[in-house]
Design a protein around this ligand. Structure first.
Ligand code: SAH
Length: 452
């Protein structure tokens, strides 16, 4: 058998999906991965690249088709790569997400725990409240926008994205036309010429409010005020426009400095009856319909009572803690980013919440201090970033001794690793996977633990 190499054509069958949602194909004792291939698909495949010692292929021709394969809504989903599951029917996506959580638990030797069926969306399209796109100009001078093809800086032109808020692409199309008529050039990465790098749009779910952020390479650009005026005239649904200045050569979309060009500079939205101010840089969950379901489940799992003292670790702009505050004695929230803490304090004021304290600190350090002072905590909410928590945080949890821990996770692999460690002192009661990001391989999970 010829060893795997780029360019090799192979007849293969997909048996399962990898953690990235790619089809896994066996080849001798080895495996390789194929984007857009699903269990049951079989056919001619070609190896196209190697990454981190593993090979990746593409489909040339299929002879047998997965029973779960469907016609995708999006014409460019294969080229764009943002939605690896557009061609997989929705029930199969939900099932894969639950199976993935179970497989990650097993990987860390955790068995026999209840993992509930994934809660999904009734209509899993147009769910995103935040979208950011780069612009470019073709040879004929026509301005277009799109999404980066996975792993590249090639912009795949788009006119409609099936997962973003429907209000966004009308605005993006109008921006394209206005850039042409005002002779404002999109930024080019290689020559570093041009003005507009990205446009970010944030939409409010409950209020008729939309924020447009123009990310520019330079501070001042010609006809800025007239451009904004013309944009508002064509899209009166926009309630605020912010300019963000990012002159650096970087993949990071937003720069440090910003200025409000129109409106208040933020939008407002609400979650579970609590109001939140959202500025250009705030972390805010991107699927408003599912976020409410997720937080409701987190509250149910926590089984809050009026005498409880709640600790909200990795608290962002205070979403979880503020929602919990209505039903408990006191909430202490800790977050590392100072802008987010400022937002959390403001959000408490706006909602007239007086039993909520927000601190800017490392969650672990703060918890160790609280344990040293013997301050009681009944319920710990933890919602860490993708890399999960760590041993020190978990040891601090053991010293703080909350009765219940509710772990909200956006990465089943780090969740399972952390649960293994937590299970030394806590019983893992149940896990509820959520589909916050339909058509992608991302899985969100809420887990309840109780003190042994
Ligand atoms: N619970 C919030 C935010 C979750 S995102 C929500 O649901 O909206 C995770 C947050 O953890 C980010 O805001 C990040 O800044 C913060 N964070 C990361 N490491 C941290 C640490 N060591 N201590 C405290 N916060 C941290």
């Amino acid at each position: 058998m010829e060893p795997l190499r780029i360019g090799l054509t192979i007849h293969g069958k997909c048996k399962s999906l990898s953690y990235e949602g790619k089809g896994v194909v066996a080849y001798g004792d080895d495996v390789f991965y194929v984007e857009g291939m699903f269990p049951g698909d079989e056919g001619e495949l070609c190896i196209i690249y190697k990454r981190g010692g593993e090979f990746f292929g593409e489909i040339k021709k299929l002879d047998a088709i997965s029973p779960n394969r469907i016609q995708p809504r999006c014409k460019i989903c294969r080229a764009c790569g943002g939605c690896c599951f557009q061609q997989l029917d929705y029930p199969a996506q939900l099932e894969w997400k639950r199976d993935f959580v179970i497989s990650q638990l097993r990987h860390f030797g955790i068995d026999g725990i209840e993992v509930l069926p994934t809660i999904g969306m009734d209509d899993p399209y147009h769910y995103r409240n935040k979208i950011q796109v780069p612009f470019a100009k073709d040879r004929k001078g026509k301005v277009y926008y799109g999404f980066y093809k996975t792993g590249t800086h090639v912009i795949v032109p788009t006119d409609i994205c099936h997962i973003e808020d429907k209000r966004a692409y009308h605005i993006l199309n109008e921006i394209s036309k206005l850039l042409e008529s005002f002779h404002i050039d999109p930024y080019q990465e290689d020559s570093r010429y041009g003005v507009l790098r990205h446009v970010l749009i944030r939409t409010s779910f409950y209020k008729p409010q939309i924020m447009v952020v123009l990310v520019t390479n330079v501070d001042v650009f010609p006809s800025r005020n007239n451009f904004v005026k013309a944009l508002i005239k064509r899209c009166p649904e926009i309630t605020t426009v912010v300019q963000n200045i990012n002159p650096r050569q970087t993949n990071v979309i937003l720069g440090e400095r910003e200025r409000v060009l129109y409106g208040k500079g933020f939008i407002e939205d609400s979650l579970c009856g609590v109001e939140f101010k959202i500025s250009a840089k705030s972390f805010y969950q991107t699927n408003p319909v599912m976020t409410e379901k997720l937080y409701k489940t987190a509250m149910d799992f926590a089984n809050l009572t009026e005498n409880d003292i709640v600790f909200d670790a990795y608290s962002g702009i205070g979403t979880i803690g503020l929602i919990a505050s209505k039903n408990v004695k006191e909430v202490i929230s800790v977050e590392l980013v100072k802008e987010a803490v400022r937002d959390a304090v403001n959000n408490a004021k706006v909602n007239h919440v007086t039993n909520f304290l927000a601190y800017c600190d490392d969650a672990t350090k703060f918890m160790v201090n609280m344990a040293r002072e013997h301050r009681p905590v009944d319920v710990l909410f933890m919602d860490p970033p993708r890399k999960g928590s760590d041993d020190k945080f978990i040891e601090a949890t053991f010293r703080l001794k909350p009765k219940r821990v509710v772990y909200v996770s956006c990465n089943p692999s780090t969740l399972a690793r952390d649960l293994k460690k937590l299970s030394e002192r806590y019983r893992i009661e149940k896990l509820q996977p959520f589909d916050m990001f339909p058509h992608t391989s991302h899985v969100e999970t809420v887990c309840l633990l109780t003190k042994k």
